[in-house]
Design a protein around this ligand. Structure first.
Ligand SMILES: [Zn+2]
Length: 304
């Protein structure tokens, strides 16, 4: 088991986003592998298979939004509140660095009638998806749509169509076996304005080929799949971006969070004399502050 696990880990180095075009730039295509980052999320959150699949699909879709952000200081946060037993899911993408958390990542649900993990049941479809693009110095962009399925692929396609006026095909896949993520990835296809109907028809005709994306990815390398799917459509690779699970929390950021509680709240914690321990929701790092540390922070807050 240990050897098998190690072999899996070693094979999981290839998380990346490939950006491409079809038909002389009339269609934008993105394909990514996210196996390693989804495994990291499963391990950090001690997630059940259905929650691993839900968080994995969300991270995969968030990484697509994230690599489209151009500015160095830009990032994207996606919030899913569907009323299901997992509660709220949040993913943050900072270019190639993605992280995720959920209220309850230990939810267990029976398999669906077709034998698949019930991601839609875990997330729920009675609620909203909110996309917040932090544009650095400018006002953030906030787009919100009602969830249609909670399975996320359709929901993200709907988001692109409704909020960004960019009709899209989105396929998200996470293949889980026990606590191991065998394969995870996603595909986004966006015909650009003016794209001829024949090209769109071609894509629709081929769409059953990427319906079970993560399983397809276990059979052949990404490049081979892409060549196969888009044969005769002038596939051009624009660039490749490495992806990883990464949380940039730090003691300094936690200090800022404590200071933002305000003087009165800080004084209350100091009077209780039990110190404070802050945990990061995304990576489970713990930051301990003694009463003396808190006094120092209070002084700093008062000076500022
Ligand atoms: Zn963290």
């Amino acid at each position: 088991m240990e050897a098998e696990r190690k072999e899996l880990m070693e094979r999981r180095e290839g998380d990346e986003m490939i950006r491409m075009t079809l038909c002389g730039g009339q269609v934008r295509v993105m394909m990514c592998e996210t196996t390693a980052m989804v495994q990291r999320a499963a391990d950090i959150h001690n997630a059940t298979p259905v929650c691993t699949a839900a968080m994995g699909r969300l991270m995969t879709a968030t990484s697509m939004l994230s690599v489209m952000m151009k500015g160095e200081r830009e990032s994207v946060t996606v919030n899913i509140k569907g009323g299901g037993p997992m509660g709220t899911l949040t993913a943050v993408g900072d270019h190639g660095d993605i992280k995720v958390c959920a209220d309850d990542p230990q939810v267990e649900l029976p398999l669906r009638a077709d034998g698949k993990l019930d991601v839609g049941g875990a997330i729920g479809k009675d609620g909203f998806m909110t996309v917040i693009k932090d544009l650095g110095l400018r006002e953030p962009y906030i787009g919100q749509i009602e969830l249609v399925s909670g399975e996320l692929g359709i929901d993200f396609a709907n988001y692109y169509t409704v909020s960004e006026q960019s009709p899209s095909l989105v396929a998200l896949g996470v293949l889980v076996s026990g606590d191991a993520v065998l394969k995870a990835g996603g595909l986004l296809i966006q015909p650009l304005p003016g794209c001829p109907d024949e090209v769109i028809d071609q894509i629709e005709l081929r769409s059953p080929m990427f319906a079970d994306l993560s399983r397809e990815m276990t059979f052949a390398p990404k490049e081979e799949l892409l060549e196969d799917w888009f044969r005769g459509m002038d596939l051009q690779v624009l660039d490749r971006t490495p992806l990883r699970y990464h949380c940039s929390c730090s003691r300094h950021r936690m200090e800022k969070a404590l200071i933002s509680l305000g003087r009165r709240e800080l004084n209350t914690i100091i009077d209780e004399d039990t110190g404070a321990e802050l945990g990061c929701h995304f990576c489970h790092s713990k930051y301990a502050f003694s009463t003396a540390d808190l006094r120092e922070l209070l002084e700093k807050a008062t000076r500022e």
